[in-house]
Unconditional design. Structure first.
Length: 122
């Protein structure tokens, strides 16, 4: 397990990345901050990192792709220093139905979840 997980943020020009110590995370909860596009990384009973992302989470669903990406990053890179939280697929690419061999045109490009901002609450 790495010592820190890292998020890459697209909209936060003043803070494009943030490192969070894995040994300080006690729980990862969805909708912890009261919106459908946040995940909360609790570090104690009263403080947490709130990560905002581009996809709304389904209410009451514990196994969503953003939380899974966080837990995978927490368990990755054994003995390392930093493990980056990946961006789960939001929309799969859609190719034109195959009619033969050769080039396969894509009608819809793949998009991934984007982490937009973070906040420390105490």
């Amino acid at each position: 397990m790495a010592k820190f997980i890292k998020f890459n943020f697209t909209a936060a020009a003043n803070q494009p990345t943030v490192l969070i110590a894995i040994d300080q995370i006690t729980a990862v909860t969805t909708n912890g901050a009261g919106t459908a596009t946040t995940v909360q990384l609790n570090t104690s009973a009263t403080s947490a990192w709130v990560i905002t992302h581009s996809v709304a989470l389904a209410a009451g669903v514990a196994n969503n792709s953003v939380v899974e990406a966080i837990y995978k990053a927490m368990g990755a890179n054994p003995g390392g220093i930093v493990s980056t939280v990946g961006s789960p697929v939001l929309v799969l690419q859609a190719p034109v139905p195959q009619t033969g061999s050769g080039r396969q045109p894509i009608t819809v490009r793949q998009t991934n979840v984007v982490y937009t901002q973070n906040a420390w609450t105490a």
